[in-house]
Design a protein around this ligand. Structure first.
Ligand code: WQD
Length: 342
């Protein structure tokens, strides 16, 4: 396509990033990815190219490196940026707060300065439902203020949202969309692209998938005495392809100036035990589990009010829980070690 717009996707070799690169290509955009591969995979970009029969310009580099960013902006006509690059392990962020603020907040500031130099003032930011804080009433609505977050990871997301708001106030040429993700799971339906966390998975779905494939003996369920129907925590799990498509919708919304926030979730909470049972039912694979102590910092339940994204962006989650489970399993069973050795 001769007049295709080019999108710079930071962190595009990661889990959500790579699925978003795929959706952007399928929507007719050209894509440049910058990723330092600290938690992403070069193989993910190769798989995206294979699935879309198109080419991605891949830059192995860091968003904290202003020289690399300037070179990208001077050698490509970038229309908009989707910013995923950052650290995302909640527990690790408590141990290494300065690293999290340096990479997440500092990296974003370096990126925004490079965008300003290049006069590219359109950004979609990878935010999180965690910005609502630990005391927000459910379901979470965008009209709620950001609240107190319990860890540096969440605080870094809230700080970046605030920075983008301030930037849009300072200069009406800026457009920013903060997308507040709930709990993305699943994989591309081809089974060629999916989540490949390093080390022991922190998150529920990749842990279940690794138990199913025999990499871990059993799942530990963190807490069976929460004030929910079955005693386990409830979350709003959404399919990563729905989430990725939400970014394409958000790109289209950047023609509106100013800073806007949208929840991307299904609006339906599911408990940990319901997740285990759904995976077993859909895949036929048993998941041995034990209920252990609560994990520090976990909230009993939260889910999205997804009305605003539907009304304003024209986005809603289309894929159901069975698709999330089937697609996770298709990916994990065909790639038991993830992208390693591919
Ligand atoms: C879901 C539920 C656990 C693992 C976190 C971040 C959030 C976002 C996504 C990402 C909880 C339980 C989990 C396990 C378990 N950030 N669980 N055994 O905590 O809702 O959200 O990840 O980059 O900001 O806070 O997601 O998948 O870790 O947990 O019982 O081995 O599964 O206690 O109830 P969470 P999760």
């Amino acid at each position: 396509m001769a007049d295709a717009k080019t999108i710079l996707i930071t962190g595009g070799a990661g889990y959500i990033g790579s699925h978003t690169v795929l959706c952007c290509l399928q929507a007719g955009y050209d894509v440049v990815v910058i990723d330092n591969l600290s938690n992403g995979h070069r193989g993910a970009i190769e798989r995206v190219e294979e699935l879309t029969n198109s080419t991605v310009t891949f830059v192995h580099g860091d968003v904290q490196d202003e020289g690399i960013l300037d070179r990208i902006f001077s050698s490509h006509v970038i229309d908009s940026v989707i910013h995923f690059a950052g650290l995302k392990a909640v527990g690790e962020s408590v141990q290494k707060p300065t690293e999290y603020y340096t990479v997440n907040v500092g990296g974003t500031l370096t990126l925004l300065a490079a965008m300003e130099r290049a006069e590219v003032r359109n950004i979609v930011f990878s935010s999180s439902a965690t910005v609502y804080g630990i005391e927000a009433p459910t379901p979470y609505r965008e009209s709620l203020p950001r609240g107190t977050t319990s860890n540096p990871y969440g605080a870094s997301k809230a700080m970046i949202e605030r920075i983008l708001e301030d930037l849009c106030v300072s200069n009406p040429e800026w457009s920013a969309v903060n997308l507040r993700y709930f709990n993305p799971i699943g994989a591309h339906e081809s089974g060629r692209l999916g989540e490949d966390p390093q080390g022991i998975p922190n998150n529920l779905m990749p842990f279940i998938a690794q138990v199913a494939v025999g990499r871990r003996p059993k799942l530990s369920i963190f807490g069976g005495d929460y004030p929910t129907a079955d005693g386990t925590c409830r979350r709003d799990y959404l399919h990563v392809m729905d989430l990725a498509e939400g970014h394409v919708q958000a790109l289209g919304y950047l023609n509106k100036k100013g800073c806007h926030a949208f929840n991307l979730g299904t609006g339906t909470p599911i408990s940990v035990l319901e997740m285990v049972r759904a995976f077993e039912r859909v895949t036929g694979v048993a998941i041995p589990y034990q209920i252990v102590d609560r994990r520090a910092g976990d909230l009993p339940e939260f889910w999205a009010d997804a009305e605003l994204a539907g009304r304003v962006l024209g986005w809603s989650a289309k894929r159901d829980l069975d698709a999330m489970m089937a697609d996770t399993w298709r990916w994990q069973s065909a790639n038991p070690e993830g992208f390693v050795g591919q």
